[in-house]
Every structure is written in C-alpha cells, then in structure tokens.
Design a protein around this ligand. Structure first.
Ligand code: 13P
Length: 251
C-alpha cells in the first residue's frame, strides 16, 4: 500500500518571516492525516520551518545538496548539515537544477549517492522538455534520466521517491493531461522493475509535478500509478496547499 505524498517545493521564495506566517496559517487548518506531507523551503528557512512544524506531522526537506562530503566548496551545503537541521528529504535532479544550473545525470547520480549514504531520503525528479514531447520521445528520454541518475544505487522504496515533472508543465499553468501523466508514471514504474525488482517497483512512490492546483488535484490523484504530487506555485499559499493536502475531501 503506497501512502499518498503531498510535497511543496517553495523554490527561491519565502523569507523567514513569510515562512512563519505561511506555516502558522497552514497549521491552523484541519489537515488530512491520510497523506504524508513535506515542505521544501529554501535553505535559509529550514531551521525556522523545522521548529514551527516540530509537533506536527509535516516533514521538512531541502531543495538541493552538495555531492561532496565537506571542505572547500564555497556556497555549497552538505548532507551532514541538512541532517543536523533534522531535514528528512532532499530533492535531487529538479529540472531547474538540470537546465539553469547545468546539473547533468552524473552530478545527479553523485548527489543521490551522497544523500542516501548520509541518511537522507531522496525525491528524484525526471521530466522531458517540450521538444522531446513533441517528438514523442518522452519515454526513452525519461528512462535514460532514471537509469543514469540511479546508476550503482541500491534502490530502496523506503528511501527513494520519484517525481515525474514534464518541463513544459512547470509553472506554465499547462498541466499534463492526467491520462498522459499516468502513462508516464506507469512507464517509470515498469522501468524501475527492470532496475530493481517487482516488489520495489510496486512499493515505490511516484509523484506528478507541474501546475498542480486545488482544482486539478483530485483527477490527478485518482490515477493508479500517481501516488502524490510535487507542487510549486500553489504550495506558497497556505489555503491552496491545505486544499491540495485535503484532496480527498475536496468536491
Ligand atoms: P509548479 O507547480 O509551479 O508548476 O512547479 C512544479 C515544480 O517544479 C515542483 O517542483
């Protein structure tokens, strides 16, 4: 049984005071206990978020980490530093890291290994750009990302979550049709079976991300192979994010 997972990626948004305000509002709402909940604030708000959420069931993750252990890497943040802040999860391979910050599959593979080695759980993001979708090559593109990102990684469904985020659906309002999102998540599950085994593939959570909103969450979550969502813009507003968490009672 895969527990639904609703995650909010705040990207480079939210000062410390905005973090306090947003999370206090969120905690004042009655939130579903049936879903696992994670927020990914910027590094600077992690400590604040952990403290505010301490006695709640909302976990805190980081949006990135260094592939290196420690040392002379100016501007980087290590897995150990995140663990010390009581961070549970880290996002690796987000398309904004891949495209804007030129992170390739090798670097992403190193980051996945570093995170797992130090005891962080990983949300590994995959997804194709528009031109790959136009050429109907999304399956081979995403499969290659999956294989390369997980090269020499012992896949454990309790420590790894995969997020399918087609680049053309991120921040555009152009949500992937739930039928197409389901087809890709199913394809990723089949590919995981080749990389690991059936039990792992059956139990691993696969999320969809890209313009998820309160008014489309229900039809996305209705799909068999979609176990949750990674939400960007709509996770910045407590009311919208609360409604997404409570998708079962919406409508
Ligand atoms: P939006 O929900 O703003 O499209 O962002 C999705 C995303 O990139 C989450 O990681």
């Amino acid at each position: 049984m895969r527990k639904p997972l609703i995650a909010g990626n705040w990207k480079m948004n939210m000062t410390n005071s905005e973090t306090s305000e947003m999370l206090k509002d969120l905690l004042s709402m009655e939130l579903s206990k049936n879903v696992e909940k994670i927020i990914f604030p910027p590094y600077t708000s992690i400590d604040r978020a952990v403290n505010i959420l301490k006695s709640s069931d909302i976990q805190v993750g980081a949006q990135n980490l260094s592939e290196f252990e420690e040392g002379a890497y100016t501007g980087e943040v290590s897995a150990k530093m995140l663990i010390d802040l009581e961070v549970a999860y880290v996002i690796v391979g987000h398309s904004e890291r891949r495209t804007i910050f030129a992170e390739d599959n090798k670097k992403i593979n190193d980051k996945v290994k570093r995170a797992l080695k130090e005891g962080l759980k990983v949300v590994l993001c995959l997804g194709e750009p528009q031109e790959v979708r136009d050429a109907d090559e999304q399956e081979s593109f995403v499969k290659k990302q999956l294989q390369k990102s997980l090269e020499d990684v012992q896949i454990d469904y309790t420590k790894l979550v995969v997020a399918y985020e087609p680049i053309w659906a991120i921040g555009t309002g152009n949500t992937c049709n739930p039928k197409d999102a389901e087809a890709m998540c199913k394809f990723i599950r089949q590919s995981l079976e080749e990389l690991a085994d059936k039990d792992t593939a059956d139990n691993i959570r696969i999320l969809y991300g890209g313009s998820v909103k309160p008014d489309n969450i229900k039809e996305i979550m209705d799909r068999e192979n979609i176990d949750g969502v990674l939400v960007g813009g709509a996770s910045l507003k407590s009311e919208d994010f609360g409604r997404i968490i409570n998708f079962e009672v919406e409508k």
